[in-house]
Design a protein around this ligand. Structure first.
Ligand SMILES: C[S@@+](CC[C@H](N)C(=O)[O-])C[C@H]1O[C@@H](n2cnc3c(N)ncnc32)[C@H](O)[C@@H]1O
Length: 292
């Protein structure tokens, strides 16, 4: 790094983020992604956006705010920089136990009857969630996975952030990330991919389509879903946005379909009356409850 680039970096890191600038940034996040930023997040916003300032050679947040106000591309880059993508394989493992023991037999029956099976990981981050689902559907042997080949089974993984959606498509994870995967699944579905990395095996990868999608934009999907995972995503939204999203997710479920949400999340809007709890933070759509 040149001396002037290094000093621009230091200036960006030292730039003050004033309350009015924070409010401007929060308003843009609300408008663009419905992400609700509270002032307690000022330090986080400062550290994540310092890099954006550096990339543009800016030394003040006032200049950065002017840039995002006039430049749609940078606005999007800011949204991506401010999303939290923390995830891991088999996160909240009780959901996958429920999926295997209660939902999987129904999905297999649907597939056996020649019906489509559709599962959506909404707010998928880098794909650990959708590939965990795929492993649970496939089991630990070629015999237990055979129904996936015979049936019409597809998994959709969507996120607002293009880099994480690309990571889903690459399906390559560091060894430390694959460690929590139970050994039977790991041996069957993870292949070494260079030093320190593993890649998800092709039979599971080909089930998954990864797409960029802002959950508050129009959804291009036409079909309904048997299962939706939307976990640890709604925590970033305010109550109005949560209620709106819940209703749209419930509309997208098949009657009887299952919605899994994050451990600290609750259904808070009118959509809750169209769902019945079936396990911890897992809900089934009550038949005929769809508005759509
Ligand atoms: C903490 S991660 C959760 C990942 C995974 N579902 C899990 O529980 O491990 C939250 C994800 O939601 C995405 N996200 C936030 N706001 C979004 C929006 N408006 N539309 C789509 N995705 C969004 C973020 O980019 C991030 O990858």
């Amino acid at each position: 790094m040149s001396t002037s680039a290094a000093s621009a970096g230091t200036l960006a890191a030292n730039a003050e983020l004033r309350p009015a600038q924070f409010q401007e940034i929060a308003a843009i996040m609300q408008r663009e992604a419905r992400i609700h930023l509270v002032e307690a997040k000022t330090t986080l916003v400062h550290s994540r956006l310092s890099r954006r300032l550096r990339e543009h050679g800016l030394t003040s947040f006032a200049d950065y705010v002017s840039l995002v106000q006039r430049d749609a591309q940078e606005r999007h880059a800011m949204v991506v920089a401010l999303t939290t993508n923390h995830t891991h394989f088999f996160r909240e493992a009780h959901h996958f136990d429920h999926l295997r023991s209660h939902v999987l037999p129904q999905l297999q029956e649907r597939a056996r009857r020649g019906e489509k099976v559709r599962i959506w990981s909404a707010g998928c981050s880098s794909g650990e969630e959708v590939y965990t689902i795929a492993m649970c559907l496939a089991g630990e042997s070629p015999a237990s996975a055979a129904w996936l080949d015979k049936g019409d089974v597809r998994l959709l993984a969507t996120d607002i952030s293009p880099p994480v959606v690309q990571a889903v498509s690459q399906a390559t994870y560091p060894d430390s990330a694959v460690e929590p995967i139970p050994a039977g699944y790991r041996q069957r579905w993870l292949k070494p991919a260079g030093t320190g990395y593993h890649v998800i095996a092709e039979p599971l990868r080909k089930l998954v389509a990864a797409r960029v999608l802002n959950l508050f934009d129009q959804w291009p999907m036409r079909q309904k879903y048997d299962v939706i995972f939307c976990r640890n995503v709604m925590i970033y939204f305010d109550d109005t946005a949560k209620a709106e999203l819940e209703a749209r997710l419930v509309d997208m479920l098949q009657p009887g379909g299952t919605l899994y949400i994050g451990h600290s999340e609750r259904l808070i809007g009118p959509a809750a009356t169209r769902m019945k709890p079936v396990a911890q933070t897992a809900y089934a759509r009550i038949d005929g409850a769809g508005a759509a």
